[in-house]
Design a protein around this ligand. Sequence first.
Ligand code: AMP
Length: 184
Amino acid sequence: MNIVLIGPPGAGKGTQGRFLIKNHNYDGIITGEILRKMSGDGTELGDQIKDIIDAGNLVPDEMIDSMMTDHLANIEVNGAGLVFDGYPRTLAQAQTLDGLTTIDKAIYLKVNEEEIVKRILKRGQISGRADDQDESIIRTRMETYRTDTEPVLDHYKGQDKLVEIDGTKSIKDIYAEILSAIGS
Ligand code: AMP
């Protein structure tokens, strides 16, 4: 079973994805983590990625598409399946992913903007991420989410794969809902 986790930044995708990886034997593909690693590698490409992330914008689709095509060609799946956190974030990425593998469920964690701003500012105190520490960058990320990522919800709704979960519930309740949605 391959699962996509969708939702605004700070909705809890990372937390829930980690549970699936640790407790249910999923392999995780976490684009933000891959990109943050690249952004610190001292190359020109790394510097470009860092500037994009720090500004709260999305890395261009062509770059993500080639990164994910490579990644999926090289990954060996022996466990329960793949869980994608932070990908796809645009309709074009969702279409590319459809050509790369089969997605069984898209779990949408719904959280309102004011709660997101509060959560990310708090996370920023621990994560140290520049993009988590500045309210205007967080609001840019929300705007990007609304414009570029929300259409992905309709994409999976049209395929009858979308499961909407109230992301303001407790972490435990959300996890239980995810498990029930994926039939575990
Ligand atoms: P995240 O850790 O998922 O919040 O991602 C941090 C940042 O990495 C995002 O704000 C984007 O700049 C970039 N990023 C992560 N995933 C993607 C993606 N699928 N497409 C484009 N940019 C991405």
